[in-house]
Structure formats: C-alpha cells, structure tokens
Design a protein around this ligand. Structure first.
Ligand code: MNH
Length: 462
C-alpha cells in the first residue's frame, strides 16, 4: 500500500477528510485523483479506499480470471434494502446465479421488442406533458421529468404497474423514499465509525422508514399480480420472478428474494437512465451543431413515421453516440469495485492479497488522456464512430460495469433512452438558460441538479 499515493495532509484518526466534500464524494475523489495519479488512496477515519482510474490498471481489473465484482461501499450499504437481489448479491450467494438465469431472458431481443409499445406509451405521456409546458411558455424540470418517464417505463414494462407519475405535481413518494435510501447509503461511506451511529440516529430512523415504504410499495405490486387471474400471461419481469423455474434445476425464487428483486429493478431500472437522459439533453442544449445533426438523423431515419417501430430505434446511430458521449463524461453509476480472486500484483507493482479490492472511478477512467486524448474533457459524440472506437484500447468505456456482474439492463436502458431522445429531438428545439452552470448532485448516482430547459415545438414535427 505504501507505494500508492494519498493526499499530502493526512491527519491522525481523521485521515484525509479535511477539505473533503461529504455531499459529492465522487467529484471530490476526481479532484484528488487528478493530482495523485491513476491509482491513489484516501482514508476517512478508519476506512481506507484504493481508487483506480488509469486505463491500463482498469483493464487489468476487468480481467475476470483475476478479479470479480466486490460488494462494498455504496453497494454494500444497500444490502439492508436490496439484500441478495441481483445488484447487491455476493458472488457466492446461490440466488445470484438463480435470479440471473431466470431473469436474463427478460432482457432478450424478443423481450425488448415486447416492451417497445409500452415504452412508446410512456414517452407519449411525457410529450403530452411537455407540450403543455412549452405551450404555456414554461421551462421543464429535466431530471424531475426524466425520472417520471423512466420510473413509469420500468414499472409498466417490468411489473404492469402504473405509478401515475405524470398526474402528480410532486415526485411519487416511491422516488422520495428511494432518493433518501440512496443518499443515506452514500453518506454511510464517510460517517465516523463510533460517533456515526449516535450522530445519525435521526437519519437512520428516516432510512428505516424509507425502506419500509419501498418494501410496502413492492408488496402491493406483487400482491396485485398474485391476485389477478391470468397469471403468466404477460411474461414480464414480475411473471418471471413469480412463475418461472430455473431451466435446468427447476428451482424458483423465494417470496423473500422476489421482494429484493422487485425493489432492485424498480430502483436500478430507472434512476441511472433518468440521469443519462438528463445529461444528454443538457449537452444537446449546449451544442447547437450536435443538436442539428441529431435532429437531421431522426428526420432521415424515421421520416414521417408517427411512431417508430422497434428496429427503427437502433438505427439512430448518431443519437446513440450522443448518449454514449454523455455517459462517458457523466457515467450515472460513477464507480464499481473489483476484488482479487487470489493473490496478485496490480500493474506489476501493487501486491493484492485474495479479497483485496479497489474502486474503479469510471468518470476519471472516461477522461484519461492516455486513452481519450488531450481533449478528453470536451463533449464530442464522434468519439464513438466505429473507426475511433476500434482505435482505442478495450476496457476504457465502462458505464455499465464489467464482466459477469455487468448491467443486465443495458439494452433496456439504451433502447428506452434512444427512443425517447429521438421523439424529443423530432418534436422540440431545446434552449438552455444561459446562466445555467452544470452542477452535479450525488446520491450514489449522478444527476444534473436544477437543469431546466425551454422548449419550442418544431413546426414540421408529426
Ligand atoms: Mn444497471 C448493474 C449501470 C440501467 C439493472 N448497472 C449495473 C452496474 C452498472 C450499471 C455500472 C454494475 C455495478 C457493479 O459492478 O457494482 N445501469 C447502469 C447505467 C444504466 C443502467 C449507467 C442506465 C443508463 N440497470 C439499468 C436498467 C436496469 C438495470 C434499465 C433494469 C431494467 N444494473 C441492473 C442490475 C444490475 C446492474 C439488476 C446488477 C447485475 C448483476 O450483478 O447481475
């Protein structure tokens, strides 16, 4: 460990917390990391974390024969809520493989094609909502409305449930409780070990109430389905959880585990996609040339079609690059951890014992000049042209994590986000508030705080 640099002013007991920002630990670590280099460590009280962001080191950590997902920090802090659900399960827990095998077909191409009409329904609700705002000359609350959209999308496609988000003036209490639980899980990473439990008794109580609310919502969703007759008819995620046995072993998910899976998918299935859409809209509003090119593509690929068919979405190659480039600069799940499967040496220099782990700071990996060039901080979707992608080393773009425990919802998120961006690009011109400066809030995930856009209907849009 002594070879790994840490901030210069380390204080006994406290560690490196002086000047550290508790509210935005990721952006704080990014600042520190830029000074200390591709591998560094920070200590908060008794906990020391090794951070990695150099492209070569991150590529090593992606090697599944040497490393695997580590359930630590924010992910571990979500165990009280999500237990052995897919995202928070330890690699050795049998329910991971079981749930993975049962749920993976829910993300096949065929399944996605089935979700497409429901995704369109929700997107139509958004445009109806935004038409009213633009008609009234009001700016729209981008992160708030993207959260409505993505929550409704996962709830309806996965669970046949309608939260009625667009009929509410305030966020659905499910969202408020979720943000509370995510923020609490984030804060626990930096809380002082002994004082923490005392100082945060109020926060712990609120967290318990948030989790109870989330659980009770999940129970209602499950009960509604169990109580309905045509069981198995929908073939959605909830049906898979309730009705489907493992193809080889015939084993099923337990009711207890189903509760963990439902909350996992309701949360993981919308929060990060909402942020990704919000950042993409931010960059589109700031880059007129990119906006025009994206709009031209939608016109060319979709033509006069009122509602794009499933296959027409993936054909929006440039819109997809806008999304990729937004996820490069602001990967909305900004870090993941990797642990050594057995004793090994990282970068030929840093010995790691079995189980030792490091946190990959995706945001800095995505801005490493060694991989992305000296202009790595600039927004440029052309970086994702096939030729440019081929010219880069592998494992330098990891917004969805890596290996066996990478995101199961990647295609779902990309289809949903590309579809929605296509519809919005065709329908509106976006204007940013000239005074708005991008400010990113952290609650394990990233979100552009207070982003509002003015919309005008484009006259020739269907
Ligand atoms: Mn998703 C895992 C990012 C959308 C459900 N997701 C991960 C991981 C990252 C991630 C990173 C790996 C975390 C780790 O290694 O500890 N996910 C995203 C991003 C988006 C996203 C940036 C949108 C953009 N995720 C979605 C959607 C769903 C989903 C949509 C569900 C419909 N994600 C998951 C689940 C896991 C996961 C479930 C855990 C998979 C596993 O461990 O088997």
């Amino acid at each position: 460990l002594h070879r790994i640099p840490h901030p210069p002013r380390r204080v006994p007991v406290l560690g490196d917390v002086l000047g550290a920002s508790v509210r935005s630990p990721v952006q704080d670590s990014m600042r520190v990391g830029r000074q200390l280099g591709p591998v560094f460590r920070r200590k908060a009280f008794n906990k020391e974390i090794v951070f990695v962001w150099g492209a070569d080191l991150a590529a090593e950590l992606a090697d599944e024969s040497r490393f695997a997902k580590h359930v630590g920090l924010g992910v571990a802090n979500l165990r009280p809520l999500a237990g052995d659900g897919l995202f928070t399960a330890y690699n050795h827990e049998p329910n991971w493989q079981l749930a993975h095998d049962i749920l993976a077909p829910g993300f096949s191409r065929a399944a996605m094609e089935g979700y497409h009409p429901l995704m369109l329904d929700v997107a139509r609700q958004l445009t109806a909502f935004w038409d009213e705002r633009s008609h009234a000359g009001e700016a729209v609350d981008v992160p708030g409305d993207m959260t409505k959209l993505t929550l409704e999308t996962i709830a309806r496609t996965g669970f046949g449930h309608d939260f009625g988000s667009f009929e509410r003036s305030r966020p659905h209490p499910f969202v408020t409780a979720m943000v509370g639980a995510l923020s609490y899980a984030q804060r626990r990473n930096t809380a002082p070990p002994l004082l923490g439990p005392l100082m945060q008794r109020g926060a712990a109580k609120r967290d318990k109430a948030d989790r109870a609310y989330l659980d009770s919502t999940v129970d209602q969703v499950v009960e509604a389905r169990r109580g309905s007759d045509g069981t198995g008819a929908r073939g959605d995620l909830l049906d898979r959880m309730l009705e489907t046995a493992h193809p080889d072993t015939g084993e099923r998910l337990s009711p207890r585990n189903i509760r963990r899976q439902v909350v996992t998918f309701l949360v993981a299935g919308h929060e990060t996609t909402s942020g990704a859409l919000s950042f993409a809209l931010h960059y589109l509003s700031r880059n007129p040339a990119v906006l025009r090119r994206a709009q031209a593509e939608v016109e060319q690929v979709w033509g006069g079609t009122e509602e794009p068919a499933y296959e027409q979405v993936a054909r929006l190659r440039y819109v997809r690059r806008v999304l990729d480039e937004s996820l490069r600069l602001w990967p909305t799940a900004p870090a993941f951890s990797r642990e050594a499967l057995r004793a090994t040496t990282l970068g030929g220099l840093h010995p790691m014992h079995k189980g030792a782990w490091a946190l990959v700071l995706i945001m800095l990996l995505h801005r490493d000049p060694a991989a992305w060039g000296e202009d790595a901080e600039t927004f440029d979707p052309d970086r994702f042209e096939p030729k440019a992608v081929r010219a880069r080393p592998p494992h330098v773009f990891k917004p969805f994590g890596t290996g066996a425990r990478a995101c199961i919802g990647r295609q779902f998120a990309l289809h949903e986000a590309t579809l929605v961006l296509g519809l919005l690009l065709r329908r509106y011109d976006f204007r940013a508030d000239p005074d708005y400066r991008l400010e990113v809030s952290e609650r394990l995930t990233l979100m552009p705080r207070g982003l509002r856009l003015h919309l005008t209907r484009r006259t020739h849009s269907p």
